[in-house]
Design a protein around this ligand. Structure first.
Ligand code: DON
Length: 303
């Protein structure tokens, strides 16, 4: 499969289309991004590493980081994490509160904000230096170690993060947050503020395309755990648009309101796309279009 050629063809086709959607203006700092940025990078099991457009420019990965915090918690604590949250698609928006009341403070899955906040709480309880340990874990997945939180973006989100404050306190009222909500939220906002390039992202997520193993041969998650993370990305990675992503693209994936998408084809590749304008569900408009075209032209999806 000539992924390089296919990527070039798809890029040429998608770049000129009307770039519709809105920036994530609810986080003031994200409203200042140049909405025309467009980058893509693939890292394949067969060792093709190739990028186009703004693939070497850093952007705020936001909810994509929830996969990384989940992997770290899963690696440390194994199946016990599922006592604190579920593995079902929520069918609701990423920041919804509604199901928490009927579900007694147990979030439906780790990718909605409620679930990622519980994972943050789990990591705070189990790591010695949570922020540093998480960053070191992420760096250990990548050759390029130039990775950090953005204090500016974290502060920007914190200044308006009332919904997440509400979510965290609401879950705590059911006893499913063990630490001080302020500490949990501080960790969560930092997690979402991580900045990476498409190249770093696809390289970092490569292990999920490679049965839990990095290119250097380090087993990050077991084969079964890796399969389960991909299953969760497939069913919950795009919130109430997860069905649409499976239907049109057919890969395991995760989006972020910074306009990034990481998608995994197990045993084939990890691909990262970045285009900041979002559709109504908070997922990158051009990113989704790009991946749809990519799996169509390559005639390969996980289905
Ligand atoms: O908590 C928030 O609202 C953001 N830090 C992350 C949301 C997000 O990326 C949703 N994804 N599409």
């Amino acid at each position: 499969m000539n992924y390089k050629e296919i990527l070039e063809t798809v890029y040429q086709k998608i770049a000129p289309i009307e770039n519709v959607g809105e920036l994530a203006t609810y986080i003031p700092e994200l409203a200042t991004i140049n909405s025309e940025k467009f980058g893509v990078h693939i890292s394949t099991v067969a060792n093709t590493n190739f990028g186009l457009g703004n693939f070497q420019e850093k952007f705020s990965i936001q909810s994509i980081a929830k996969v990384l915090s989940l992997c770290l918690a899963y690696k440390h604590l194994g199946e016990s994490i599922w006592d604190r949250l579920g593995v079902e698609p929520s069918g609701n928006s990423f920041n919804s509160l509604v199901q928490l009341e009927t579900d007694n403070g147990i979030p439906r899955n780790p990718f909605i904000n409620a679930g990622a906040i519980v994972i943050a709480d789990i990591l705070i309880s189990s790591l010695v230096n949570p922020k540093e340990d998480l960053l070191n874990f992420i760096k250990s997945l990548s050759k390029n170690k130039d990775i950090d939180y953005s204090a500016k973006i974290a502060a920007s989100e914190k200044s308006v993060g009332y919904r997440n404050v509400a979510l965290c306190n609401f879950i705590k009222s059911y006893g499913n947050i063990y630490n001080d909500p302020e500490v949990v939220l501080d960790f969560y906002f930092d997690l979402c503020s991580l900045e990476l390039t498409c190249e770093q992202l696809s390289e970092l997520f490569f292990f999920l395309a490679n049965n839990g193993q990095t290119r250097q041969g380090e087993q990050i998650l077991t084969k079964s755990q890796s399969k389960r993370i991909n299953a969760l990305m497939q069913t919950c990675g795009f919130y109430d648009e997860s069905g649409e992503f499976a239907f049109k693209v057919g890969l395991a994936g995760k989006s972020g309101v910074g306009g990034g998408i990481i998608a995994i084809h197990p045993n084939q590749y990890a691909i990262a796309v970045w285009s900041p304008k979002l559709n109504k569900k908070g997922n990158s408009y051009r990113g989704m279009r790009f991946l749809e075209e990519f799996t169509t032209l390559s005639e390969q999806s996980i289905f």
